[in-house]
Design a protein around this ligand. Structure first.
Ligand code: NDP
Length: 284
């Protein structure tokens, strides 16, 4: 039987509807500050999508488009001001930044309760410790997809291919929190296919087109394809989907799998940020 296709577009639409409802129950609409530095066309498209979906969900769009040659101290001062501003619920610094800017130092200035991308050291620490906080959007979206598809994680063998701070590491942490037995692979892993074949749940996030083939998939596995690659034959992922359809039990397509969930999770994080701020205010 061919694998079930996990529909990320439908999952994201459901999530967005739920978020729009949650927004109406907050004391005031959350405000999402997006910071776009320079004129990179791909980044501009991503930010435009995020802003549009933010407004559609009933949130306030607080956009800052900054010149590519902005001085680091100016951008740092803006992030500090937004972090301190009670009207700003979430702050998103669109990456990559121009080369003269220190990404890690700038991210570190974002208040952890407003870190809607979940990329600051504070958010990574909260994730590692399992305390409440904002989780990186792509891996958090994958856990929602797995739950919606009814995938059993407790005690399952999960293999994550990739160990980036953006996807692989937080994915492994989230799976561990859900009691999966987690293995993380990377470019130095010996016999990658053999390790992947152990997986009940295989997350492919290496950024190498169609590298996961039939020799790397256990019969009946759930395969999550995070990769996105523009090829001559269209968008492709890290998984050779056609070749593993007859082996896996369920698989995310590219496009239409993990991708649509990422922005939806940004919106969910903005609602979570609003609640974190409310809680912090109530504590004083
Ligand atoms: P990075 O390049 O930051 O990390 C890639 C990771 O994969 C590294 O840990 C690297 O290992 C590992 N890797 C690379 N080649 C191999 C290999 N041949 N065998 C095993 N491991 C390998 O990428 P990201 O994590 O940022 O993104 C991964 C993919 O996901 C990309 O295609 C990206 O476009 C996509 N993506 C999709 C999103 C979505 O919303 N759908 C969101 C974010 C990313 P090492 O550490 O040893 O170098």
């Amino acid at each position: 039987m061919p694998a079930t296709i996990i529909d990320g577009r439908a999952a994201a639409a459901e999530l967005r509807a739920r978020i729009a409802h949650d927004v109406t129950e907050l004391p005031e609409p959350p405000g999402l500050a997006t910071l776009l530095v320079g004129d990179d066309s791909a980044s501009a498209v991503y930010v435009a999508n995020k802003r549009r979906q933010c407004v559609q969900a009933g949130m306030r769009d607080l956009h800052h488009h900054l010149p590519a040659d902005i001085a680091e101290h100016e951008l740092a001062a803006l992030i500090d001001a937004l972090s301190a501003d009670p009207d700003v619920t979430g702050i998103l610094l669109q990456l990559p930044l121009p080369a003269h800017l220190d990404t890690a130092a700038l991210l570190a200035r974002i208040h952890p309760d407003k870190d809607v991308d979940g990329l600051t050291e504070a958010s990574a620490g909260r994730l590692a410790l399992g305390t409440p906080g904002l989780r990186p959007c792509t891996p958090a979206g994958i856990t929602v997809l797995l739950d919606r598809a009814g995938v059993h994680l407790d005690g399952a063998e999960a293999v994550v291919v990739g160990r980036s701070n953006l996807v692989g590491k937080p994915m492994a942490q989230l799976l561990l929190q859900r009691n999966a037995t987690v293995t993380v692979c990377h470019s130095r892993t010996h016999d990658l296919a053999a390790v992947c074949r152990r997986a009940d749940v295989l997350i492919a996030a290496a950024g190498v087109p169609t590298m996961i083939g039939p020799d790397a998939v256990k019969p009946g596995a759930t395969v999550i394809d995070v990769g996105i690659h523009r090829t001559e034959t269209g968008l492709r992922g890290d998984v050779d989907t056609d070749a593993v359809l007859g082996i896996a039990a369920a698989i995310t397509p590219v496009p239409g799998g993990v991708g649509p969930m990422t922005i939806a999770m940004l919106l969910r994080n903005t609602v979570t940020a609003a609640r974190l701020t409310q809680r912090a205010r109530a504590a004083f």
